[in-house]
Design a protein around this ligand. Sequence first.
Ligand SMILES: [Zn+2]
Length: 424
Amino acid sequence: MTLTNRITDKRDDLIQLTQDLIRIPTLNPPGENYREICDFLDKRLSKHGFQTQLIRAFGTPGDSEKYPRWNIVARRDGAQTGECVHFNSHTDVVEVGQGWTFDPFGGDISDGKIYGRGACDMKGGLAASIIAAEAFIEEHPNFQGAIEISGTADEESGGYGGVAYLAEQGFFDPNKVQHVIIPEPLQKDRICLGHRGGWWAEIETKGEIAHGSMPFLGDCAVRHMGAVLSEFETKLFPAMAARFTDMPVVPEGARQSTMNINSIHGGQKEQTDDFTGLPAHCVPDSCRIVIDRRYLVEETLDQVRDEVKALLEGLRETRPDFEYELTELNSVIPSMTDKTAPVVETVAKAIEEVMGKPPTYVASPGSYDQKHIDRIGKLKNCIAYGPGLLELAHKPDEYIGIDDMIDSAKVMGAALETLLLSKS
Ligand SMILES: [Zn+2]
C-alpha cells in the first residue's frame, strides 16, 4: 500500500475525528473545555502509540480553576533516532456570533463540507495532521526520528497560555524539535512563511475640566487628541503607506505598514441606551485612543515605537499645554522563515507531488503562534500549512472541505516521508 492510498482510506475516520473535535466547544474567551479536548486527543493519540503529556499553563492570562489553560504534547518516536517533526494546532475557537444556518457545534456535513465554529480555524487542520501522522506510522513503522502533535490553548487571545508557555518550558528547543508545521487554514496549495509584527498602545491626552460655556478656563483634551490625529494623518499614515515589504503578505493591502485606531474616547462617560437625560457641559480633561500598529519584517519595534513618540514629542514642543501619556499594551515580533529552510522546501516538494503544481508562498497580515516558536523557542524552521480558507475563519457557517483535508493530509504525509525515512 502507499501512504496516499492509506490516507484516502481513512476518509471516514478523518470526518468523524473532525466532527468530534468541533463538538467540543472550546470557546475562547473564556477558554472552555481545554481539559476535555486534551483528554480526547490523549485517548486518541495514546491508542496510536504516542507518549502524551498534559500541561497546564499555570498563571498565564486567563488561567484559573474555572478555566484552566490545558495543553497536550504527544510524541511518537520511530525505530531509529533522527529529526523531530512537530505539528502544532491551537484547540481554541472564537465566539459563535450571529448569522449561522448550521449548528455551530454540530459538525454537520453538507455538500462535502463539515460545518462548525473552528472547522477551518483550525480543528480541520488538526484532524488532517493526526490522520497524516497515523497513516505514516502504519505505512512506515520503522521510521527515523519522531513525530510530535500538540494541541494548545489561547492562540486566539495571543497564545500566552499555549505555545508561548510551552516554548518557555523548552518544548520548541531546536535541539529537540527540528521542523514545525502549524496547520492553520492557509489553503492546501499555499505555504505561509510567517506574519507581520504588531504593536498596541494607548495614548492619552490631558486637559483641564471647566464649564463648557467658558472653555478658555479649562483645557480641552479632545482638541489635543485632534492635533495628534492630524499629525497621524499628515505624517504617519503617508510614511507607512510608502513602506513596502518583501514578505508575500496576502491580501496585498497588508504588504505595507498599517495602523488602525481601534477606539477613541474623550470627556464624560457614555450613558447606557436607556438614559434619556442630556449631557452636562464640561471641558474634557482626558481623551484616549488605542492604536494597533502592524509592522513589517524590514522595520524594528524600536523604530515603530520611536516614530509615534517623535510625533507626540514634536507636539509637546510646539503646542501650548500639550501633555500626553503613552502606555504600551502589547507587542509581537514579525516572523519570516526563509524559502530555502528545510521545512519549506520539503512541504513545497510535497505540494507539487500531491497537487501537481508548485505552491504559492504567502505571509499572514495578522500573527499566529509562529512568533512564540521563533522568539521564545529560537526555532526558525517553522511554517503554517493546512487546509481551509482563511476568509472563513471567525465567520458564520465556517466550514472545512473534506477533500481539502484529505489533500493536505497527503501533503503532510509526503513531507514526513521526506524528513523521516532513511535517505540511503
Ligand atoms: Zn487559527
